[in-house]
Design a protein around this ligand. Structure first.
Ligand SMILES: N[C@@H](CCC(=O)N[C@@H](CS)C(=O)NCC(=O)O)C(=O)O
Length: 207
């Protein structure tokens, strides 16, 4: 049975992470652009896929079966990891645990805090927004230690931890004190130069 994948998304960090994971896993998929600026994510067609009205959404279709739908970027990354053993998560238990430790460090301690700050941007809680944005930045800076001796966030091979780290570092690129973070800078350029990462970042470009 032929399985096809669609990734519904836009030019946002969560969508880029999902697209990069599919690219790095070598999975072929069709990007479906959801135009957030005109509220396409809140229309019936998209709400049928994700009632929360968010992107990204991965749709796996197989003839004769109900579509399989995933609506969280991090679940999509782990889905991609499961389809391509060894490419995004290491095989050994200990290495995989370390990789997941770093993956969740970026997801919960940096990305979630940064999103919380972002969600306060249009409120009167400007002080709270700054506290959260500063905390996300300071926490991301501590990732210098992960790449001080290794090429990647969880050792000598690229992994889901690099995907989680890269898009948030990219969105904070202008604010990071790079001269203080030489290893993180080299890592950033290393990840930025990967062909699959480039393709993932271009997945939702309009043609
Ligand atoms: N935890 C979700 C967050 C999804 C999310 O917040 N997506 C944003 C774009 S990055 C979105 O759809 N925003 C549109 C809206 O909230 O109206 C994930 O990681 O996929």
């Amino acid at each position: 049975m032929k399985t096809t994948l669609e990734l519904h998304g836009a030019q946002t960090g969560n969508c880029f992470r999902a697209a990069i994971a599919l690219e790095e896993a070598g999975l072929s998929y069709t990007p479906r652009i959801v135009d957030l600026s005109i509220g396409e994510h809140l229309r019936g067609e998209h709400l049928a896929l994700n009632p929360a009205g968010k992107v990204p959404v991965l749709v796996e279709k197989e003839e004769g079966l109900e579509p399989f739908i995933l609506t969280q970027s991090n679940a999509i990354i782990l889905y991609a990891a499961g389809k391509a053993p060894g490419r995004l998560l290491p095989g050994s238990d200990r290495d995989r645990s370390i990789c997941l430790e770093r993956f969740f460090f970026f997801v919960t301690d940096v990305i979630a805090v940064s999103h919380a700050a972002f969600s306060l941007r249009a409120t009167s809680a400007q002080q709270g927004q700054k506290i959260l944005a500063d905390r996300a930045l300071a926490t991301l800076e501590t990732a210098e230690r992960y790449v001080a001796h290794d090429e990647f966030m969880a050792g000598e091979t690229f992994s889901a931890a690099d995907i989680a780290a890269f898009t948030i570092a990219r969105s904070m690129e202008m604010d990071l004190p790079w001269p203080k973070l030489p290893s993180l800078r080299k890592w950033f350029e290393r990840i930025e130069g990967r062909p699959a990462v480039k393709r993932g970042l271009e997945a939702f470009d309009r043609v």
